[in-house]
Design a protein around this ligand. Structure first.
Ligand code: SF4
Length: 154
């Protein structure tokens, strides 16, 4: 049986949700490596090329034009795109600055300019179709395990 080809991608966030997958691998590495091929995962490999994937797990909210371009490329190359964690699902907590008052907005302008960030920080669904999601900040090991194993059975 062909292995499930998956990738993990991180945008504007603390990367805590992909670390949850590393925790799962501590327990399930041997079992998963028989069934899963990890094509992209910054914490494990330097490969930045986005290949064709069965599932892309995407964490973090979107804050720059280059992130929008990369997210659209991931979408094009993936059969399923899963939003991983609240940042990807609804923008929180990275999007807190969207609601700053005028004074605070003005104070952070130099930083936003330096980081080439957009006016607002948005969830994935603002830019691409999202097939599935796991909410939480961070997500739970149980939820991610159940999701992965659910797709392995399909
Ligand atoms: S949802 Fe929370 S824990 Fe997960 S990557 Fe975003 S900020 Fe980090």
């Amino acid at each position: 049986m062909a292995k499930l080809k998956i990738g993990f991608f991180s945008f504007t966030c603390c990367e805590g949700c992909t670390v949850v997958f590393l925790e799962i691998l501590n327990k399930k590495y041997k079992e998963y490596m028989k069934k899963i091929k990890i094509e992209n995962f910054r914490q494990l490999k330097t490969n930045e090329e986005i290949k064709s994937l069965d599932i892309a797990f995407v964490e973090g909210a979107i804050s720059t034009e280059s992130e929008i371009r990369k997210l659209k490329e991931i979408r094009k190359k993936s059969k399923k795109l899963i939003a991983l964690g609240s940042g990807a699902v609804n923008g929180y907590p990275s999007n807190q600055r969207n609601k700053f008052d005028k004074k605070k907005q003005k104070q952070i302008q130099p930083l936003i300019k330096t980081l080439h960030q957009n006016k607002t920080i948005e969830p994935l669904s603002k830019f691409v179709k999202v097939d599935d999601e796991i909410n939480g900040c961070p997500i739970s090991e149980q939820d991610l395990t159940a999701k992965i194993e659910g797709y392995l059975k399909k």
